[in-house]
Write a protein that binds this ligand. Structure first.
Ligand code: FAD
Length: 403
């Protein structure tokens, strides 16, 4: 006999989106299961973990979970730019610690966490709506019945695929990185490295964690390039390209690899009894392939909307729509604008990158931060597109506002 459980809400996937949804739903007083296939939360790290201190504070993530960043350095084949802030605005997360803190918040609020359960099937009612999931765990088959399921399985979108609602992402980013101990590292400064030798579509990076630990990585846009990011990462380390040379001896301690959707906000994210959140919903900024703060923020919204719907005994797609409305209002125009800049960046030659860095150098710190965060408030963009003293900057921001 399979193990069998009844919950109000089942959240599949114990990443930042799933843990945050489970936390908000449990806080709202319903019975929640959070299911993760790995042996522990964040057993495998698939991300570089850069985010923003403003969001960290909003979510209540503890101070010992991140290294603050003040200086943003860019290097292209023949140019280098550093934009500095007086206070730290960005951060590199200790990903494992942060994701475990998020799951722990859910558990302390009342959610039950199930580990080592690989969900591979959906249970449907007579109307073909989802009413639970099935999987395999250490004791064999396991079944969860629920009123709503949240698909927080990340890139693979296991539940939505099993329902036949989505197919594999066609455009995505693939990234490989080493977490490494190095001889020299400035803990306040991140490096983004662009140009053909680093990667033909995307960027490479050095993100410091403090204590001479850094993450060195390469991202490659697919299908734009067929380069293997792991191979390219090994090559740029071996060649000691650009700022990598300054790190001195590099001793890798962990390897990370991951995929991130880059198909725009193309998916519907609510169906009868089902919500998609985080990477399974495609909630990522394509410019720098950033998704953690969206996964947490909209995970919480998903958990709240789902639990309200369960309490009101109405869990169809209309009852869940406030979730989709919330996240679209918050990020849709910003992500679309970021997509336009990405389209420009993905085609740049080395020479053009050298010039693009000159444009970035013209931005004031707060303009740069809004830009890299895809925080394109329309009035701000209009102002920059009309009034910036440099023509090249005006052109860049005209692109963002869609002219
Ligand atoms: C190389 C790379 C670098 C990145 N760098 C950054 C960055 O610097 N900053 C940033 O903000 N974002 C970054 N991102 C994006 C960020 O990692 C994602 O947007 C974020 O992790 C999305 O969270 P999520 O909870 O939706 O999915 P995930 O973090 O992928 O979590 C999904 C969880 O579901 C579990 N799961 C999957 N299938 C099943 C199943 N069948 N049964 C049970 N459990 C299952 C997985 O094990 C996993 O724990 C990066 C991505 C990549 C690939």
């Amino acid at each position: 006999m399979p193990e069998e459980y009844d919950y109000d809400l089942v959240v599949v996937g114990g990443g930042p989106a799933g843990s945050s949804a489970a936390f908000a739903a449990a806080k709202n007083g319903i019975k929640v299961a959070l299911i993760e296939k790995e042996n522990s939360i964040a057993e495998t790290v698939r991300t570089s973990g850069v985010t923003w201190i403003e969001s960290i504070k909003e979510f209540g993530i503890p101070d010992n979970c991140y290294n603050p960043i003040k200086n943003f350095s860019f290097v292209s084949p023949n140019n280098e730019v550093t934009i500095s802030d007086s206070i730290a605005t960005a951060a590199v997360l200790d990903v494992r610690k942060t994701y475990r803190w998020l799951a722990n918040e859910a558990e302390e609020t009342g959610a039950d966490i199930f580990l080592k359960i690989n969900i591979n099937e959906v249970i449907k009612n007579e109307n073909n709506d989802i009413v639970g999931v099935k999987g395999t765990g250490p004791k064999g088959e396991i079944i969860f019945h629920s009123k709503i399921v949240i698909d927080a399985t990340g890139f693979t979108s296991v539940i939505s695929k099993a329902m036949g609602f989505v197919t594999q992402w066609k455009r995505f980013g693939a990234g490989a990185e080493y977490e490494a101990i190095v001889e020299n590292s400035d803990p306040d400064t991140w490096w983004l490295m662009v140009g053909q030798e680093y990667t033909p579509a995307g960027y490479a990076w050095i993100f410091p964690l403090g204590n001479n630990i850094v993450r060195i990585g390469v991202g490659v846009g697919k299908p734009e390039s067929d380069i293997d990011p792991t191979q390219r990462l090994k090559e740029i380390i071996e060649k000691q390209l650009g700022p990598i040379k300054k790190l001195g001896k590099i001793t890798p301690i962990e390897f990370h690899y991951g995929l991130i959707p880059n198909d725009g906000l193309s998916r519907k994210t609510v169906f009868n009894n089902l919500i998609l959140v985080g990477d399974s919903a495609g909630q990522a900024n394509p410019l720098v392939l950033e998704g953690i703060r969206y996964a947490i923020r909209f995970g919480r919204v998903a958990g709240k909307v789902a639990s309200d719907a369960i309490k009101n005994k109405k869990t169809d797609k209309d009852a869940l729509y406030p979730y989709e409305e919330n996240w679209r209002n918050a990020i849709e125009t910003k992500i679309n604008s970021a997509g336009k800049v990405q389209d420009r960046w993905i085609g740049l030659s080395d020479k053009e990158w050298d010039k693009e860095l000159d444009i970035i150098n013209e931005l004031k710190t707060d303009e740069f931060l809004d830009f890299i965060k895809a925080d394109f408030g329309l009035s701000n963009m209009l102002k920059l597109a009309m009034n910036h003293p440099k023509l090249a900057v005006r052109q860049l921001f005209n692109l963002v506002k869609g002219k």
